[in-house]
Design a protein around this ligand. Structure first.
Ligand SMILES: [Zn+2]
Length: 223
């Protein structure tokens, strides 16, 4: 990049931030980080709880940092539905801390739960990929071991049987023979999406599949 162009970009950034000062993406406070100090305090410390699942469950373990009903759930909604991607780096750092504290870095691969290309095109990004940005880049496999090749309806609007039918065969996995895989997603709800991913990865030869989630709508995490 030429020096002139670089100066122009710096000038543009200063100009834009003068007109649109940074604001907290959760409460709208001006002149602050993407999440202001008060909102971080209300989000609180993550739980870092590892839950080992019963034998036969395709998902071997799961870790959820927060409860969806807390301010942490608001962060997911703002990120995903209002496209406030400025939130993602701070959320990603918290997930990276969980990986360190719980020694989850022994996974061979990190796989963000994939979106179908159509939903990704509409949203403009995959929030699960953004949440992997502070993790070991050498291990993160964006659609390199797991893809969603079939468009599915949003799980939230379906009953149990329809959820199972909706996801069945939606994913394809490859290049994961003998690997330990850490799935990353924003929310653990019924767990069916993560389990279908885990089942697909194991059918393709993965040895172990665990899940790391920013938050959970189940009752296992205290808000
Ligand atoms: Zn705030």
């Amino acid at each position: 990049m030429s020096a002139a162009k670089s100066s122009w970009i710096r000038f543009s950034e200063r100009f834009l931030s003068a007109i649109y000062p940074p604001t907290c993406a959760l409460c709208g406070l001006d002149g602050t980080a993407a999440i202001c100090e008060k909102c971080w305090e209300e989000i609180g410390s993550p739980v870092f709880e590892v839950q080992r699942h019963a034998q036969g469950d395709p998902l071997d373990f799961s870790v959820c940092l927060y409860h969806y009903g807390s301010r942490a759930g608001q962060a997911v909604r703002e990120l995903k539905f209002h496209r406030k991607t400025s939130l993602a780096p701070m959320m990603a750092k918290e997930l990276a801390r969980a990986v360190d504290r719980l020694s989850l870095d022994d996974a061979d691969f990190v796989a963000p739960v994939p979106l179908h290309w159509r939903r990704r095109a509409i949203r403009g990004f995959n929030q699960s990929e953004l949440l992997c940005e502070a993790l070991d880049a050498q291990k993160v496999r964006r659609e390199a071991i797991l893809i969603r090749h079939r468009h599915t309806k949003p799980q939230a609007n379906l009953d149990y049987d329809d959820r199972m039918r909706n996801l069945s065969g939606a994913f394809t996995a490859f290049n994961c023979e003998g690997a330990r895989v850490l799935l990353v997603d924003d929310v653990l709800t019924s767990g069916q999406t993560a389990r279908e991913c885990a089942r697909t990865l194991k059918s393709a030869g993965a040895r172990e599949v665990g899940g790391l989630f920013w938050c959970s709508s189940l009752n296992r995490v205290q808000s």
